[in-house]
Design a protein around this ligand. Structure first.
Ligand code: ZN
Ligand code: FE
Length: 267
């Protein structure tokens, strides 16, 4: 994808996506406040493509917003800070594991990108201390590895209960929110989702759309929360078809979530 093309542009901000083209299919987002010129990079796995995208746009990097400490989300931190002098923001409870961090923030706190304001959400489960940045007025959520389109992150450090709680809090945000996950896993997630909810026609249509987008080498994200709630099995653990497919009709939603996540780990 051409990094000079904005994904979303409004009167107040421009959002760009950088397709790193690495093995893990990482995406780096650039969020630019149009009123102040302040620019943030979210989860820069590497520095070089970020520096190139900034140069193309004539932007200066002021901030890095880190969702969690994994290498594929912080790999560019030190080099970008050395090159631009940017300030690195990340999870306070996870600060010891985030390279070059300057400012630790916890759930409930606020982060400013120029005139744009994010509420920090604590969304543990993938890792302890994983945070998401919710720009309420811009209808954007940078959710790292908690929620993917048609899927969710692996549970490395937390419990299924924690992860399900984090996903439920995300699901309760306004439905017009654009979810900006850190990986392009949608196609494989969709193939998994169809196994457990084959009659979902919204899901069928989404998978067809995703196939076409990926064939054209286009990203499948950002995606609206409303669409995810209609298609993502990890947000639909209360659905009879999913429970029946698992042979767990009487089970609790959280037991369904744990069973689905376990199956996805082996998918
Ligand atoms: Zn991760
Ligand atoms: Fe990751």
């Amino acid at each position: 994808m051409n990094s000079s093309t904005p994904l979303i542009q409004t009167s107040t901000y421009a959002l760009h996506l950088i397709d790193v083209g690495n093995r893990l299919c990482n995406y780096i987002y650039l969020l630019h406040c149009r009123e102040t010129g302040v620019t943030a990079a979210i989860d820069p796995t590497v520095a070089e493509p970020v520096l190139r995208a900034l140069e193309v746009r004539g932007w200066t990097l002021n901030l890095i917003l880190t969702t969690h400490h994994h290498d594929d989300h912080v790999g560019g931190n030190t080099e970008l800070k050395a090159a631009t002098g940017c300030t690195i923001i990340g999870s306070a409870p996870d600060a010891a594991r985030i390279p070059a961090i300057d400012v630790g923030v916890a759930g409930g706190e606020r982060v400013s990108v120029g005139n744009l304001t994010a509420h920090v959400m604590e969304v543990s489960g993938h890792t302890n201390g994983h945070i998401a940045y919710h720009f309420k007025d811009a209808f954007l959520l940078f959710c790292g590895d908690v929620l993917f389109s048609l899927g969710c992150g692996r549970i490395f450090e937390g419990t299924p209960e924690q992860m399900y709680g984090s996903l439920s809090r995300i699901a309760s945000l306004p439905e017009e929110t654009h979810l900006c996950p850190a990986h392009e896993y949608t196609l494989s997630n969709g193939q998994f989702a169809l196994l457990y909810e084959p009659s979902n026609i919204v899901l069928q249509a989404r998978v067809s759309e995703v196939e076409a987008l990926r064939f054209a080498r286009k990203p499948t994200v950002p995606v609206l929360l409303a669409g995810e709630k209609a298609t993502n099995p990890f947000l639909r653990c209360d659905r009879a078809e999913i429970k029946t497919s698992l042979g767990m009709l009487g089970a609790t939603d959280i037991a369904i979530f744990a069973a689905l996540r376990k199956l996805k780990d082996a998918f």
